[in-house]
Design a protein around this ligand. Structure first.
Ligand code: NAD
Length: 255
């Protein structure tokens, strides 16, 4: 039987590099997918793509840093007969020296990367109670190890790892498990967005080559290599795991 048969999964960052693959793989494993991201048109295209393959998908365009956006998602989620999985995969990055980071930039990175997950958890946990439900939060190796020019993102992702552990304790009696994934550098738009915000306009290919070499395995990660772990954590196969913070980082954090 498919690993997520009969389960309903909210997947955030649904139209991003990892989110698109997640929507497809979770649907292939039998989940009904409620995808959400900022862009309505990209979400409509993704929904059509999945539906044409015969999969069940709904999409909600929402800014998850905004409590109203999270509430709009929750209203849509309440139309379903309970939620089994929250895969909090959305995020933004900022590559700026600490002293050049404005208060507004700092707040925005925190709002998108961590406050939103607090809001999502508060809004969706009541729909997940008593269902052997699973929350999978996407942190980062940037929340475990130090990268230059990454203080706002690093702090948010480190906070998200700890938030996941705290939530695991607070939600255990409600039958909700919470785990976090820390990817290394994955070949999506995000690392290139990071390079684009760095000072002194470094050569993108050179920086990306350096990222690849920073992993013990000597290459960038692929989105599906993160999604494979998320699938396991979302499914009942990981039923005795909660509060775990797991790396999928090609060995980056070993060095
Ligand atoms: N790609 C990497 O190297 C890497 C490494 C470590 C962790 N991560 C994490 O993996 C996750 C997925 O990132 P990705 O690699 O697919 O990058 P991506 O940029 O392709 O996708 C991120 C998605 O998040 C969405 N998003 C941004 N702000 C939002 C908001 N306010 N509300 C709702 N959605 C919003 C974006 O629209 C985008 O589709 C992120 O949490 C990221 O921090 C990525």
């Amino acid at each position: 039987m498919a690993r997520l048969q009969g389960k309903t999964a909210v997947i955030t960052g649904a139209t991003g590099g990892q989110g698109r693959i997640a929507c497809m793989r979770f649907a292939e494993e039998g989940a009904t997918v409620i995808g959400t991201d900022l862009d309505a048109a990209a979400g409509a295209d993704l929904t059509t793509e999945l539906q044409e393959k015969g999969f069940a998908m709904t999409y909600v365009a929402a800014d998850l840093a905004d409590p109203e956006g999270v509430e709009r998602l929750a209203v849509a989620a309440r139309e379903f007969d309970g939620i089994d999985i929250l895969y909090a995969n959305h995020g933004i990055i900022l590559g700026k020296p600490l002293l050049e980071t404005s208060i507004e930039e700092w707040d925005h990175v925190q709002d998108v990367n961590i406050k939103s997950v607090f809001l999502l958890t508060k809004a969706l946990a009541p729909l997940m109670e008593g269902r052997a439900a699973s929350i999978v939060n996407v942190s980062s190796v940037g929340g475990l190890t130090v990268f230059p020019n990454l203080s706002a993102y690093g702090a948010a992702k480190a906070g998200l790892a700890m938030f996941s552990k705290c939530a695991a304790v607070d939600l255990a009696q409600r039958g909700i498990r919470v785990n976090a994934i820390c990817p290394g550098v994955i070949d999506t738009a995000m690392p290139r967005n990071f390079v684009a915000t760095l000072p002194d306009n470094p050569d993108e290919d050179e920086v990306m080559k350096g990222f690849a070499q920073g992993h013990v395995l000597g290459r960038l990660g692929r989105p599906e290599e993160v999604v494979n772990l998320a699938l396991f954590l979302a499914s009942d196969e990981s039923s005795f795991m909660t509060g775990s913070v797991l790396t999928v980082d090609g060995g980056w954090s070993l060095q």
